[in-house]
Design a protein around this ligand. Structure first.
Ligand code: GLU
Length: 287
C-alpha cells in the first residue's frame, strides 16, 4: 500500500477537562489532534479547568503521564483555562456592552417547572431549550436583582445576536461545508452562576488566542461548532476549520464516558497494556 505522506502544517489542540482519568476515547482524540497538526505543525495541550468544583490537580498530572506514555509531546507549559478567567470576563463585557447578553436568575428547578407548564418544549442538542423567562425582565428589575446579590448566569440573546448577521459558514473536513444554525441551542449560557465563563465562551476565546487553525474533537460536539462559529463572528475572531472524529463505543455500543467508569489508560497500563495495544484497540493508525 502506498501512503501519501502528510505535508500540511496546522495548529491543533487536545483540550481535556481534568475531571477524571483519561480513557480510550481521549486517546483517540489526542492522537487525532496530533496527527492533524501534521509533521511540521504544532500540537497543543490545553487544560480546560474552569470548573474548580469538578477539576482535580492529580487528574492534570494523570493527563501528562498518559499522553507522554502514548508518545505525545507539546509546547510547555500547557495553557490552563483557570488562569484566563480575566480574558473570558473581557469577552463577556464586550458582548454585554452590545446588549447581546442578559442576566438569568432562574434555577434549574425554575426552568424545569416553566418547561413542564409550557405547551411545547423545543429540544436542542443538549436538552430542552431555555424558555426565555428572564429575556423579558425589564432592565431596571434585572439591575435591582444584581445589586441585591441574586445569583445569576449570563445568557446569549441568540435572536438578537443573529439579527443583521450574514449567513455564517463553517467547514468540517470530513462532512463538508455547513451554514451555522446556532439558534438550535436557544439562549445558551455564556457565564454560569458558579463559574464566570462557560465551555463555549472559553473554548472559542482560547482557540483564537492560541492560533488554532483546525479544531479537532469528537462527533458529540459537532452541534456545538454551529454556536462557536457565531461566537467567533460576534467577537471578531478568525474562523478555523473543524475536524470531528468518530467516537469510541464500549461492548454494548454506548459511547465511552468518564461517568460510566470506562477503563482508564492508567488502569490498562497497570494491567500491562502497551501504547501499541491501546492504539490497536481503538483502530488507530499513525498515518
Ligand atoms: N474540554 C472538552 C472536553 O473535555 C473538549 C473541548 C473541545 O475539544 O472543544 O470534552
Amino acid at each position: 500500500m502506498t501512503v501519501t505522506p502528510r505535508t500540511h502544517a496546522e495548529t491543533t489542540r487536545f483540550a481535556p477537562s481534568p475531571t477524571g482519568r483519561l480513557h480510550l476515547g481521549h486517546a483517540l482524540s489526542a492522537l487525532f489532534a496530533a496527527r492533524e497538526a501534521g509533521p511540521s505543525g504544532t500540537f497543543l495541550l490545553r487544560i480546560e479547568d474552569i470548573d474548580a468544583g469538578r477539576c482535580r490537580e492529580p487528574f492534570i498530572k494523570g493527563i501528562y503521564e498518559d499522553l507522554r506514555w502514548l508518545g505525545l509531546s507539546w509546547p510547555e507549559p500547557p495553557w490552563r483555562q483557570s488562569a484566563r478567567m480575566a480574558v473570558y470576563a473581557r469577552a463577556l463585557d464586550e458582548l454585554k456592552a452590545r446588549g447581546l447578553l442578559y442576566p438569568c436568575f432562574c434555577s434549574r428547578g425554575d426552568i424545569a417547572r416553566e418547561i413542564a407548564a409550557a405547551a411545547a418544549a423545543p429540544q436542542g442538542p443538549d436538552g430542552p431549550l431555555y424558555p426565555g423567562t428572564c429575556r423579558a425582565l425589564p432592565t431596571e428589575e434585572a439591575a435591582r436583582r444584581i445589586a441585591a446579590g441574586h445569583p445569576h448566569a449570563w445568557r446569549l440573546n441568540v435572536g438578537k445576536a443573529l439579527t443583521g448577521a450574514p449567513p455564517l459558514a463553517w467547514t468540517d473536513r470530513a462532512r463538508g461545508k455547513r451554514t451555522a444554525t446556532p439558534e438550535i441551542f436557544g439562549d445558551v449560557v455564556l457565564a454560569r452562576r458558579d463559574v464566570p465563563a462557560s465551555y463555549h465562551l472559553a473554548v472559542v476565546v482560547d482557540d483564537a488566542a492560541q492560533g488554532v487553525t483546525c479544531v479537532t474533537r469528537g462527533e458529540d460536539l459537532f452541534a456545538a461548532s454551529h454556536l462557536h462559529r457565531l461566537l467567533q463572528y460576534l467577537l471578531g475572531l478568525p474562523t478555523p476549520e473543524w475536524h470531528h472524529h468518530r467516537l469510541i463505543a464500549d461492548a454494548e455500543g454506548k459511547r465511552l464516558a468518564k461517568r460510566d467508569h470506562a477503563p482508564t489508560l492508567a488502569a490498562l497500563r497497570e494491567a500491562g497494556a502497551t501504547p501499541e495495544e491501546v492504539k490497536a484497540a481503538i483502530g488507530w493508525n499513525d498515518r
